[in-house]
Ligand binder design. Sequence first.
Ligand code: MG
Ligand code: ZN
Length: 208
Amino acid sequence: MTSPGARADGPSRRISLVITDEHGEVLRETRAAIFLDRDGTLIKDVGYISRPDDVVLMPGAAGALRSAHNRQRPVVIVTNQSGIARGKFAEADYLAVRKRIAELLAESAAYIDAEYVCPHHPDFTGPCDCRKPGVLLYETAIREHGLDGARSAFIGDRWRDIAPAAHFGGRGIMVPSESTPADEIARARAEMEVAETLQAAFDAALAP
Ligand SMILES: [Mg+2]
Ligand SMILES: [Zn+2]
């Protein structure tokens, strides 16, 4: 039995869904999340970034993450890193960049709850189900963290970042970057949502 709003107390009642069995025992509680692209959305996209020293947070990134956490909303990074498949950098480089991002965010009291990566590219490693706009990484995150895709927001600077929102019944919000093609922005305006800044996208996602 599904009983939305069964958790009637506490600040997280707006974002939690409690699934109970016939005796009212809690089986699982799901949470709305924010799925976030990394390059060009959370950090500046310098193209196949592989050196920690090249990491620059997007303006307002830490504040946007804090605003989500103030609302008990987990933030999950889903990122395509085809540079690994292309041999442009190693998995160790990706992990070093990831660590640097965490350090920079921590300086502003912000953090990422979880991160999922596709290291493939069809031209180099064959087809895979995890490369965005594929939904495998989102499905994995939803299962591992008890998330509710239909009440989640999908934020990024490319159409492939927000397209998965349609699959899960969630909300897709594009924040265009310098590398967003004009036709993708037009499609996002027509079919989903567009925000001018990361904070504006988070504000929209967090609106009651
Ligand atoms: Mg991007
Ligand atoms: Zn993949």
